[in-house]
Design a protein around this ligand. Structure first.
Ligand code: NAD
Ligand code: UFG
Length: 333
């Protein structure tokens, strides 16, 4: 199949392109490079020995998008802005990019009679969990504009399927993607100060930052620091392949992609320190606004619905994140 990948130059998109190419699919990447580099795609070609068709464009440019996806069989939609804090400061930008962009994408798909879609959602749609582990039928609500864009898009997809039940839609709710490809060629390359824990720790380990701020030590968790379900990005990428392969009949299905295991900030610091053989100096800082104590998945639906489960553990995640960071101390630059 030929897969149209929006946001394919980004962190999760580039790893998914590797999976797709290595499993015999052709890939057309459509990305405006607002948070990524074309270098990532060159490296995907190096890893796989296959070529990617790359089109620079914005998903809100509907005519360019409609033309670009001609001849494709299915779409994986990663393109979007993803920084929670920035979304609070720039809500209009987030709604425009993520929601308006997705509306353009869905219309372009209709124009091209392409009705198979895998969409990047997030565990953020569960808000502050009422119960753990999180199942897909947990009530949906969010606490910030970024999360709201994901929820609105999920609702749009459910409404679209209700209006035309020939669509084949998989909504993937990611937990906390971390790590990098085992080659050390592609990985996470934040443009500014990292918001997320693992890339921040990696930059402390390499000496780009002095110390980590641990946001809160008095949560009701096993050591007082926040607990999350970290998932290796290569496992996550594989989940997209399995989701695509499972889309052989009309549906609109939401699935968690997580490991089911919660690790605390201190667990991650210790595992990273062991994997990198570097010390990770940290300071205990106040809680970060909007953070929740704990969040981890019940991943069993992914196993039954698409035959997927995560294979890589926290040590592997830290090892591969460090491998990428140490081979690319300034990222793709
Ligand atoms: P990323 O920023 O690395 O990748 C997103 C890509 O989309 C980038 O290459 C960017 O240039 C591109 N893009 C953004 N707006 C665009 C537009 N209007 N037109 C064309 N291209 C555009 O982020 P990522 O971590 O790879 O995330 C991919 C998707 O997964 C996003 O939708 C994100 O919200 C979602 N997600 C990410 C996480 C996470 O922690 N990384 C967690 C849950 C969900
Ligand atoms: N943390 C620190 N210091 C840091 C960064 C993070 O202590 O410098 C802590 C946080 O307080 C939290 C944990 O590390 O306890 C994980 O934080 P991340 O920012 O890495 O991840 P979040 O769970 O807060 O957010 C991520 C994505 C969001 C998504 C959410 C739910 O970044 O986009 O998961 O899926 F909405």
């Amino acid at each position: 199949m030929t897969i149209f990948v929006t946001g394919g130059a980004g962190y999760i998109g580039s790893h998914t392109c590797v999976e797709l190419l290595q499993n015999g699919h052709n890939v057309v990447v459509y990305d405006n490079l607002s948070n990524s580099s074309v270098e990532a795609l060159k490296r995907v070609e190096t890893i796989t020995g296959k070529l990617i068709t790359f089109i620079i464009g914005d998903i809100r440019d509907e005519s360019s998008l409609t033309q670009a996806m001609q001849g494709c069989d299915a779409v994986i939609h990663f393109a979007g802005l993803k920084a929670v804090g920035e979304s609070v400061a720039k809500p209009l930008e987030y709604y425009d990019n993520n929601v308006q962009g997705t509306l353009c994408l869905l219309r372009s798909m209709q124009t091209n009679s392409i009705k198979t879609l895998v969409f990047s959602s997030s565990a953020t749609v569960y808000g502050d969990p009422e119960s753990l582990p999180l199942r897909e039928d947990h009530p949906l609500r969010t606490t910030n504009p970024y999360g709201q864009t994901k929820l609105v898009i999920e609702d749009i997809l459910r409404d679209l399927y209700r209006s035309d039940n020939t669509w084949q839609i998989m909504i993937l709710r990611y937990f906390n993607p971390v790590g990098a490809h085992e080659s050390g060629l592609i990985g996470e390359d934040p443009q500014d100060i990292p918001n997320n824990l693992m890339p921040f720790i990696a930059q402390v380990a390499i000496g780009r930052r002095e110390n980590l701020n641990i946001f809160g030590e008095n949560y009701p968790t096993h050591d007082g620091t926040g607990v999350r379900d970290y998932i290796h990005v290569v496992d996550l990428a594989h989940g997209h392949l399995k989701a695509l392969e499972a889309l052989t009949s009309p549906q609109c299905t939401a699935i968690n992609l997580g490991t089911g295991i919660g690790y605390s900030v201190l667990d991650v610091v210790n595992a990273f320190s062991k994997a990198s053989q570097q010390s990770i100096p940290y300071i205990i800082a106040p809680r970060r606004e909007g953070d929740i104590a704990a969040c981890y998945a019940d991943p069993s639906k992914a196993n039954t619905a698409i035959g997927w489960s995560a294979k890589r553990n926290l040590d592997q995640m830290c090892h591969d994140a460090w491998n990428f960071q140490s081979k690319n101390p300034t990222g793709y630059k």
